[in-house]
Ligand binder design. Structure first.
Ligand SMILES: [Zn+2]
Length: 336
């Protein structure tokens, strides 16, 4: 049973904090990205953390978020079942408007952790909303991630025009009152396409937040959203200063698009009829001497290219995070 719950995930974060490494949190909306990730992570014996956003659930369910969430979680759990690593599932950026989905995830243990994002609300409302989810998840083992501060950019269906850095003093009060397990902080990253070299990254602020939490007796792992455009040295600096989880979504979206684009560009002649051939899609060119090449237009073929593109980038990102060889799986007696 390599799909592992929150207890194992918390253990993985604790070991990462002590060992000076982190986990990339990889967004998944369909099977190709997941399969590419699973292959890369298995190869180097790193545990794998995947994330499902409300938008991904909506897409996978053809508009029905609840069906999509169940389908994605079950797909991940079933495919991961024979893997020699632990696979964790996080709900990414769920808001107060998705209470029924959060309820579903907790009731059916569809996930290992839930991020409740009420960072747009006032401090007190943020506390109240997060605490409600924390209380609802009590006894389930599911971890709760909360966010304090605002991260610029567009994440899934949530947009923020400006950034607001996380205040270290507020962070302590926030964690004490919400009793959350993980804290997403705003220290200068941006959601979406960003350029690491132009970001005003506040590594010092991450360190201060971690230190203030520690002074308050809290070992809360910190989370960095909007990590897709970061340079390797920026990632390493963040990991050295309390960050245990780095969210990656945009990067895989680009790799997916790039792999598909290159594949179809290279094999266009096998799929698009040449000049002079009638474009008879309906009859699959039954009346023409020319035929498209099934070994190129079968979606599983481009799917393989996408998976290997995702796998290659994931392998690099695992190196940045330092999680290779650290799987809990063989060390875990019961991982159910
Ligand atoms: Zn985010």
């Amino acid at each position: 049973m390599p799909f592992c719950g929150g207890e194992q995930l918390l253990r993985a974060y604790r070991l990462a904090q002590r060992g000076g490494y982190a986990f990339m949190a990889n967004n998944v909306a369909e099977s190709n990205i997941f399969l590419g990730l699973l292959s890369a992570y298995t190869k180097v014996q790193s545990d794998l953390l995947v994330q499902i956003s409300p938008g991904a659930a909506k897409f996978a369910g053809g508009g029905d978020k609840k069906a999509g969430l169940r389908a994605l979680s079950m797909m991940i759990q079933e495919i991961a079942a024979a893997s020699p690593i632990c696979v964790f599932i996080n709900l990414d950026h769920f808001t107060v408007g998705e209470r029924d989905l959060i309820e579903e995830a907790i009731e059916h243990r569809l996930v290992s952790s839930i991020m409740i994002d009420a960072s747009k609300e006032s401090f007190d409302d943020n506390v109240r909303i997060c605490r409600e989810v924390r209380d609802r998840a009590a006894g389930s083992g599911i971890l709760i991630e909360v966010e304090l501060g605002k991260i610029k950019g567009v994440e899934d269906e949530i947009a923020s025009d400006d950034s607001l850095y996380t205040d270290p003093e507020e962070a302590v009060e926030f964690i004490e009152r919400t009793r959350a397990d993980l804290l997403a902080i705003s220290v200068g990253t941006q959601h979406g396409v960003s350029k690491g070299k132009t970001l005003d990254l506040r590594v010092d602020l991450a360190a201060r937040i971690r230190d203030r939490l520690r002074d308050g007796g809290l070992e809360t792992p910190l989370v960095l959203h909007g990590s897709s455009g970061l340079l390797p040295e920026q990632v390493r600096a963040m990991i050295g200063n309390g960050i245990c989880k780095l969210n990656k979504d945009t990067q895989y979206q680009y790799v997916y698009g790039r792999a598909a684009c290159e594949f179809y560009r290279e094999h266009a002649g096998a799929i698009i009829p040449p000049d002079g051939v009638e474009d008879d899609i309906l009859n699959l060119f039954a009346q023409s001497d020319w035929s498209p090449d099934k070994s190129m237009f079968d979606p599983r073929v481009v799917g393989k290219s996408i998976q290997s593109g995702i796998g290659a980038i994931a392998a690099e990102l695992i190196q940045q995070a330092g999680s290779a060889g650290k799987t809990l799986y063989s060390k875990t007696e019961s991982v159910a």
